[in-house]
Every structure is written in C-alpha cells, then in structure tokens.
Design a protein around this ligand. Structure first.
Ligand code: DGT
Ligand code: CA
Ligand code: CA
Length: 568
C-alpha cells in the first residue's frame, strides 16, 4: 500500500459520502487527507508512529487511524462497506462538469440513472430538464460536460501518472534480473498528458522480469504476458506496457519506444539515406549491427547529436541537431527561487516560515509570497490591512534568514473588466505582483484577451499567472488569443508564468516556444500551497524543456540581486 493507493481510497470515500449526502466537513476531511497523502514525498509506510502522521496537514486522529489500518491490513473496513452501498456506482457521474452530488442524486432517485451512457441518453431525450431545478440550460451543460469528460478520460495528466510509474520502476529495479530500466513513450518525453505508461528493461532473464511485473500489487488485470512484452492495467485503470530487451539493444529500444512516432519516422528515413536500417533492435548495415547499446550511438549513426527526450516530437529538433544548434535546455539546477508561493495567510497550508525553510533547503535564494487578493472567494483573501500585517511577519523572517529573501508579493485577481482587485496604491508597495484570472472563464475570446492585456499594461503588474486557466483533465482552457497576450507582454516587458502545478502547466510547451521566439521572458513557478508542492517545479521544468527554453529565457534562474534589478 503506497501513498497513491491511500489517496485513491480517500478520494473514493469522499465521493461516495458526497452522494450519500454526508456532512460536508467529513467529506472535506477525506479530500484534504487525500491531497496531503498524494503529494507527500516520503512514503507513509515508512512512518512507524501514528502520532507522526498527525503532524501532516489535514490529518487528524481519525484519519491517522484509517491510514494505520490501511498500512497494516491493506484494507479499510469502513471503505469495504461503503463500496457495497447502492450509491457507490454513481461516482462516475460526479466526474461530469456540472454534475454535483445533488444532481447525481436527483437523476438517480427520479430516473434511476447510474451510468454516463444513461445520463447522456436521458439528456438527449430531454428528460433531465423536466426534473425540479434542472431546466433546459443545465441539460445542455450536462451534455457538454459529458463530451468534455469523455475527451479528458482518454488521457491522464502527467502529475497523476508520473508518481505511479516511478513507484513501479523503483519496485522493479529491485529485481536482480533487471539490468537497466527506464521510462519510455510520452512519459519519458514528459508530455502534459499520458495515454499509457511504457517501461523498458534490459535483461538476460526476461521471463523473471515479466513475472515480477505482473505480480506487482498495483495490477488489476493482465492484458498480455510474454518474455519480451507484457501489458497490465492498474487499479487506477492505467495501462502499463513493459518491454524487455537484450543489453546490446537497450539504446535502440529506448530510442524507439520513447518516440514520438513522428520523430522515429524521421530518424528511420535518415538511416535509409545512409543505407542503414534503424529499428528497436539496433542500427544495421546489411546484417551487421553498427549501433544499439546506447541512444547516443543511435543518434550518431544517423549524423545527429543527442536529442533530449522532451524535444523528440519532430518539431524541428532533427534539423537543429544536424546543424549542431540544439538549445541548451533549462535544468532543475538552474532554478534559483520560486516566485509564486502561498501560505496559510490565505488558502495555503504551511506558514511563511515553513515555506521559506523548505525553499532554502532546496537551495533557493528567494521566494515570492503571493497569497490571494480579497475577492476571489478563497478563505481570507488579503485585505490591505492584512497585507500590512503580513509584511511585518515577512520583515521579521527576512531579518532572521541569511542569504535568502522572502519577497513581499500578491496574486491579485484580474477582474472581468481587466482591473485588478486591489488599487495601484497598494500594489505599488509590493516587491512583486502576479496577476491572474480566477472567475468568468466563459468570456468571449476577444473580451478575455482584452481583459488580460489590460492587466499586462498595468505598470504595477509584473507577471501573468497561469495564462489559460485550464485544469488538465477537468477544465478546458478559456478562450484567449495567446499571440496577442505575448505581443503585449513583449511590448510592456512583462513576464509570463509557466505554472508548474501539475494540473495547470500553462503556458504549455508550444506557448513557451512562441514566447521565446517573440522575446518574452518566462517564469516557472509552482503556485505551491504546501511545502511539499515546491517539488512540483520538475513538471514546470519538463514543460519548459518541451518548449525549448534555455536558462536565459527564464527569470527565476537569475540570482536574487539580478532578479531585483530586473523587476525594477
Ligand atoms: P501515449 O501513450 O498516447 O501518451 O503516447 P506514446 O508516445 O507513449 O505512444 P505509445 O505508448 O503508443 O508508444 C510508445 C512509443 O513507441 C511511441 O512514442 C513511439 C513508438 N511507436 C509505437 N508505435 C509505433 C509505430 O508504429 N512506428 C514507430 N516508428 N514508432 C512507434
Ligand atoms: Ca505511452
Ligand atoms: Ca504503450
């Protein structure tokens, strides 16, 4: 039972309780616990003492006992009972945007609807709008929601998949028969969404490896099993494909199964031009193998320098490698600080001091504390009075820390008319102002574009946060003209954020590339609401690398001194 398993069970409990109409506080408690557990970097199974569990945010006495039961027995009695409830199958309906627990109950109680298909049929026949409190418009929204849900279901956000895949890799790694192991496919290329997980192993004893694979506790069912290729579906419904190859083919197989398909086709045709056959077993001249052990060899055999996996999309990387003009992609170690951080002054979970300490531990020189402004409706948005108070706390901490600075910032809401939620007089006093849209996502494209450009033109605003507002797998981006936003950012010397929160990842990869081409600076920020979220920077780095960004394109690679100069 690992953290991901525990989180999945808590989310599932919350959903069933919601449909049962339980007390919202009880439901919140499970959701909070699930969020904590899933993003905690240490495995809970390594914590022996229940008391220690209670130190985690959102985990009290009762939940701690449930975690203990799960870790000790692999089961939770209360959950086993819940799963048998008549409402348990209805959770599928909750995934449809526009279907809250009340609606789910209503369509079940009145029409006996249990599945997405039944819901869709009823909506098409106009049965939903006849129900009390639903109406024509809701019915249409539900239909749209079903369509969106179906589309999103086909792929998973990378943040949901990577921890699970890494856990599988670390388990397989322990098998003696495994020589080398790596991710392949879209996950190795760090695409924002993933269809299935590909894992590649080199071994002299392939059967032992595939046996270990299909016996993992994650496995729900086995789709196929053979010495070189096996596929399973996990309990979360994720397909994982394993390939086992001989050590002399490892590099060629790694290259082939990393893809993308479009990139592979180009490489193969470069091979053909040189009289070489490139496939997953190696690179061959007639029957003779000329490369295959490492990826470097494979690239070299077709006249290329090594291309990092994140770039392998046939988006120009092959031409760049031919000319030896590949960019020097940004890396984790280039990041000097995080410029979009929350604390428990609004909806964050950690204190300012905890956030600062955690950032310092990573090796950062600075963070910018950007709690929310008043109107967005999160708990306790910062009024001018509370901003003053928070400033005192920041000053106190800054006196305490050495070689580290907490910048006094805000994430200020951009209202539908493009004005900021706090007046310029107040914003002017801050070190850094991050503007963001949190409401009225449905504005027409032109209005939304105008709204954000107005914020870009506001001299008090430094950064535009999560510029498309999407939530991967949940909410489509709002309609906005990114070219115009980037042009405005360039003209006003403003910074565009690449939000590393794994459900956001916007700017996306292609936006990053466009920003670079247009000469717009990017900041990679986590939007962390808890110390553990600071590590999500890796998803931002991956997206930036997919967008060909180099350290000099990203402002939070600057030292504190240079950053402060830049912000002025
Ligand atoms: P996904 O799973 O939809 O997120 O995307 P990928 O890229 O992981 O695709 P997947 O899992 O179907 O295949 C893994 C890799 O295997 C893919 O990136 C490239 C390689 N591959 C699969 N099918 C073909 C093919 O027909 N031709 C070539 N050249 N490569 C292929
Ligand atoms: Ca895949
Ligand atoms: Ca696959």
């Amino acid at each position: 039972m690992n953290n991901q398993d525990i989180a999945r069970i808590f989310y599932s409990i919350a959903e069933i309780l919601e449909i049962q109409g339980e007390n919202p506080f009880k439901i919140r408690a499970y959701i909070k616990a699930a969020q904590t557990v899933e993003s905690y970097t240490k495995e809970l199974s390594e914590i022996k003492d229940t008391e220690e569990l209670k130190d985690l945010p959102g985990i009290g006495e009762k939940i701690a006992l449930k975690i203990k039961e799960l870790l000790e027995t692999g089961k939770l009695e209360m959950y086993e009972k819940l799963k048998k409830s008549e409402f348990a199958p209805l959770v599928e309906l909750l995934e449809v945007p526009g279907m809250g627990p009340k609606h789910v109950r209503l369509v079940y109680d009145e029409l006996g609807i249990k599945t997405l298909d039944q819901l869709e049929k009823a909506a098409r026949r106009g049965k939903l709008k006849e129900l009390p409190g639903l109406g024509e418009k809701t019915e249409q929204n539900i239909l749209k929601g079903i369509e969106q849900e179906r589309r999103h279901k086909e792929r998973y956000p990378i943040g949901e998949i990577l921890p699970k895949a890494e856990s599988v890799i670390s388990q397989l790694q322990k098998a003696r028969e495994v020589k080398d192991i790596s991710l392949g496919g879209s996950l190795r290329r760090m695409k924002e969404t993933i269809g299935d997980v590909d894992i590649l192993v080199s071994s002299l004893k392939p059967k032992a490896v595939s046996d270990a694979f299909v016996k993992l506790t994650e496995v729900q069912n086995i789709l196929s099993q053979g010495p070189t290729k096996s596929s399973i579906v996990t309990k979360d419904g994720i397909q994982m494909d394993l390939r086992v190859v001989k050590p002399e083919s490892y590099g060629a197989a790694q290259h082939y199964f990393t893809g993308s398909k479009a990139h592979n086709i180009r490489i193969r045709s470069l091979g053909i031009d040189r009289g070489l056959k490139v496939n997953e077993y190696g690179v061959f001249k007639g029957k003779k193998s000329v490369a295959g052990k490492t990826e470097e060899e494979v690239f070299k055999s077709v006249g290329l320098t090594y291309i990092p996996p994140e770039m392998r999309e046939d988006w120009g990387e092959i031409e760049a490698a031919q000319k030896k003009k590949l960019p020097h992609l940004i890396e984790l170690k280039d990041i000097q600080g995080d410029l979009h951080i929350h604390s428990n002054w609004t909806d964050g979970r950690s204190t300012i001091e905890e956030m600062a300490k955690a950032a310092q531990k990573i090796g950062y020189q600075y963070i910018a504390l950007c709690d929310h402004s008043p109107t967005i409706g999160v708990t306790n948005g910062l009024t001018p009075e509370r901003l003053e108070k928070r400033k005192k706390e920041i000053d106190r901490l800054n006196r305490k820390f050495k070689n580290f600075k907490i910048l006094n910032g805000i994430e200020v809401d951009i209202k539908p008319d493009g004005k900021t939620d706090l007046d310029d007089e107040i914003l002017k006093k801050l070190d850094i102002v991050v503007g963001a849209v949190h409401t009225r996502f449905s504005l027409p494209k032109e209005e939304m574009t105008r709204r954000i450009i107005k914020a870009i033109e506001n001299p008090c605003v430094h950064i535009i946060a999560h510029p498309t507002g999407r939530l991967l797998g949940k909410r489509d981006p709002y309609e906005v003209d990114m070219d115009k936003l980037l042009d405005a950012a360039r003209a006003n010397q403003k910074i565009m954020e690449l939000n590393a929160f794994p459900a956001r990842l916007d700017l996306n990869d292609l936006h990053c590339r466009k920003a670079k081409e247009k000469g717009v600076k990017v900041v990679i920020s986590t939007d962390a609401h808890w110390t553990e979220h600071l590590h999500w920077i890796k998803y931002g780095i991956a997206t930036a690398r997919r967008g060909w960004l180099e350290p000099e394109d990203v402002v939070n690679t600057l030292s504190l001194e240079k950053l402060l100069k830049y912000l002025k």
